[in-house]
Design a binder for this molecule. Structure first.
Ligand SMILES: CC(=O)[C@@H](O)[C@H](O)COP(=O)(O)O
Ligand SMILES: NCC(=O)COP(=O)(O)O
Length: 247
């Protein structure tokens, strides 16, 4: 039985801070508390519009983290330069549109393989491991493999959204994710997953044996409002490990 790891995304602790332009709550304190509570890594998304995570948050986290940093970013020259300078353990390349409320889908790797190959090479040369945030789609998985990135993160947003409207539709999407995880694992890729996962939909995804890591943020921050950040992380990790052990 392979373990399953939890990457805690601290973006929306920063959202609360940016709402008033204060110095609190500090997302880096949240990150360190999450690590003490069982997080296996910390994810943060440095968006081009800096709506939540700021450059100084990334700089402080890289310096202070006890586990690993997974920096989510668009595949732009600016962001690649920042990643090569700060050298987090991991970078996850995600699509970005300024007007989006949150990430709306996976990165179109198939449409830009050569450009992403160059980005992956630059990051790899700086010692940064690259993950590609993609939909559960075989063509995108094949393209991800072609870029040389060793890791993919399957977008679970459609699965999460369908959970609100159609149990049958959600089961269909879950089967797509299961098949994509098995296919990608068969190609030798590490398979992670994330987006929209919460305390009531995480276990079916955590049961997928090929999935190594789940990146979860919004639901943990929301729950932390009521139970505190450390307890919210502990509860999520417990659900994941319980699901993986149940099989
Ligand atoms: C890529 C992904 O699904 C999220 O980690 C991403 O960070 C979402 O963007 P916001 O955190 O800005 O909602
Ligand atoms: N890549 C997914 C992530 O880091 C967290 O997404 P969410 O749980 O905030 O939706």
């Amino acid at each position: 039985m392979e373990p399953i790891y939890l990457g805690v995304n601290i973006d929306h602790v920063a959202t609360l801070r940016q709402a008033r332009g204060t110095r609190y709550p500090d997302p880096i304190k949240a990150a360190l508390d999450a690590e003490q509570a069982g997080a296996d890594s910390i994810t943060l998304h440095l968006r081009e519009d800096r709506r939540h995570i700021q450059d100084h948050d990334v700089e402080r986290l890289v310096e202070l983290r006890q586990t690993k940093v997974n920096l989510e970013m668009a595949a732009t020259d600016e962001m690649v330069g920042i990643a090569c300078r700060l050298r987090p353990e991991d970078v996850c390349l995600v699509p970005e549109r300024r007007e989006e409320l949150t990430t709306e889908g996976g990165l179109d790797v198939a449409g830009q393989v050569e450009r992403l190959k160059d980005v992956c090479t630059r990051l790899d040369e700086s010692g940064v491991r690259v993950s590609l945030f993609i939909d559960a789609d075989k063509a995108q998985i094949d393209a991800a493999k072609e870029t040389g990135a060793p890791v993919i993160e399957l977008h679970t947003g459609h699965y999460a959204d369908l959970g609100e409207v159609s149990h049958w539709g959600q089961q269909q999407e879950l089967e797509r994710i299961r098949e994509a995880a098995a296919y990608a694992h068969g190609l030798g890729l590490q398979v992670n997953a994330g987006h929209g996962l919460h305390y009531h939909n995480v276990q079916p995804v955590a049961r997928i044996p090929e999935i190594v890591e789940l990146n979860i943020g919004h639901a943990i921050v929301a729950h932390a409002v009521f139970v505190g950040f450390a307890e919210a992380v502990r509860e999520m990790k417990r659900l994941m490990v319980e699901a993986r052990m149940m099989g």
